[in-house]
Design a protein around this ligand. Structure first.
Ligand code: NAD
Length: 422
């Protein structure tokens, strides 16, 4: 990731996540004592990660691992490598993971981790040494029954492989269930890499079907061209949508007649950036959000849709591939305008669902075919979509409040059933 001087976070993300929780708790009349419990993270650790750099110097990075809640099972959540990572960002992402797992009905709580670093400026060797040292620093916090990391912004299968190897070497045997998003050769699941985008595709399909429309012929803009955004652009293109705009951290591209998505994927994998792709007008990431389209999918970072641009957005559907791309004040504006928001805890949950499948396959050492993975993913995503849609319709609520409401109720119920220890 290129270094950014100004953080993408305009407001404190953990405060926003807590505000969302309070709003949902009011609507669903959840006991304030429970809200007090759910509004806090169970554990947050900060570690220093000294790394020998290629030039002979030593750089000391700051790493975090946060567990929000484990009432429904071991905690699960990605690890982010980005210069803007803060403890409060990691806490908010951990809280959202708790709601996401509960909404999907999978037996996990929420966690998240991150290192404040610029992975794009680091060599592979530096990344490996940083990852292995970070894993050693948090080795007593993670484990298959305890807390299971996965990829997020700036991390990928290679990083997961180093976490798996470091943990396993320390335990003296391979521990497949310690991390998900692993490469296939060391116990990854078929379909995991594409899972977040595939899950978003299933949710979009269900949502447009409710409006008696189909994806074919829709105009789509996708922000972010990493794991989530690039596969989502590809899937929507394959379903017959016209992808009019795409972007990465360096550049936005616009063509009202449609971007050649396969060419964009090839260009990105060769050049490492979308910059230089032909047959498209160059735009900024801010302009991308405002282009004329039916569906907008923010798939990069948080807080890109705010009260400053929410009233200028032309899309009628927003699919939150990223976590937290819409601030609560923007949410209110979009709600008033009747824009259908497919919230992050629903729309981007495909990744954690297939991570759950990977964990189950690893524990059983029995691996499934890709069609099985995708069919089971579709079942879970569609059930969660239907439950959220039903709750939203029957109680006249926005999809976000319905999704969070269902999730928070489930975690609250589990907490009451278990009781507050001791
Ligand atoms: P990634 O690192 O693979 O890709 C991130 C993309 O965003 C890149 O194209 C990058 O260039 C772009 N980007 C970075 N900074 C930007 C900026 N300031 N403006 C515009 N674009 C910028 O990350 P990812 O795994 O695709 O994650 C993207 C989002 O999806 C994050 O919010 C993440 O939390 C969320 N998410 C990811 C997964 C997963 O399985 N990877 C699952 C659920 C949610």
């Amino acid at each position: 990731m290129t270094a950014v001087e100004v953080s993408h976070l305009r407001e404190n993300p953990f405060e926003l996540a807590r505000e969302q929780l309070r709003r949902v708790a009011d609507t669903f009349q959840i006991d304030p004592n429970l809200v007090a419990v759910l509004g806090r993270c169970k554990k947050a650790i900060e570690v220093s990660v000294p790394v020998g750099m290629d030039d002979g110097s030593t750089q000391v990075f700051t790493g975090y691992r946060v567990t929000h809640n484990v009432a429904r099972g071991p905690s699960k959540g990605g690890i982010r490598y980005h210069p803007d990572v803060t403890l409060d960002e990691v806490k908010s992402l951990a809280m959202w993971m708790t709601w996401k797992c509960a909404l999907m009905g999978i037996p996990f709580g929420g966690a998240k981790g991150g290192i404040v670093c610029d992975p794009k400026s680091m060599s592979r060797g530096e990344l490996e040494r940083m990852t292995r040292r970070f894993t050693s620093e948090i080795i007593n916090e993670i484990g298959p029954e305890k807390d299971i990391p996965a990829p997020d912004v700036g991390t990928d299968g290679s990083v997961m492989a180093w976490i798996f190897d470091t943990y396993s070497m320390n335990k003296g045997h391979s521990v497949l269930g310690v991390v998900t998003g692993k490469p296939l050769t060391i116990g990854g699941s078929l379909g995991r890499t594409e899972a977040t985008a595939r899950g978003a595709l299933f949710v979009i399909r269900d949502a447009v079907a409710k409006q008696d429309r189909s994806i074919a012929g829709m105009k789509v803009a996708v922000q972010g061209f990493g794991n989530v955004g690039s596969y989502l652009a590809r899937f929507l293109h394959e379903e017959g949508a016209t992808v009019v705009a795409i972007s990465d951290s360096r550049v936005g591209l616009y063509n009202p007649k449609g971007i050649d998505v396969p060419a964009a994927l090839a260009h990105k994998s060769e050049a490492g950036t979308l910059a230089g792709l032909k047959d498209a007008e160059q735009i900024t990431n801010e302009e991308l959000l405002l282009v004329d389209c039916d569906l907008l999918a923010p798939c990069a970072l948080e807080q890109v849709i705010t009260e400053e641009n929410a009233d200028k957005i032309k899309a009628q559907i927003i699919c939150e591939g990223a976590n937290g791309p819409v601030t609560p004040s923007a949410d209110a504006i979009l709600e008033d305008r009747g824009v259908l928001i497919l919230p992050d805890v629903l729309a981007n949950a495909g990744g954690v669902v297939v991570s759950y499948f990977e964990w189950v396959q690893g524990l059983q050492e029995y691996f499934w075919k890709e069609v099985e993975v995708n069919a089971k993913l579709n079942d879970i995503m569609s059930r969660a979509f239907d439950e959220t849609w039903e709750t939203a319709q029957s109680r006249s609520l926005p999809m976000r409040v319905a999704a969070y409401g269902l999730a928070v109720q489930r975690v609250a119920e589990a907490t009451v059933t278990r009781g507050i220890y001791p």
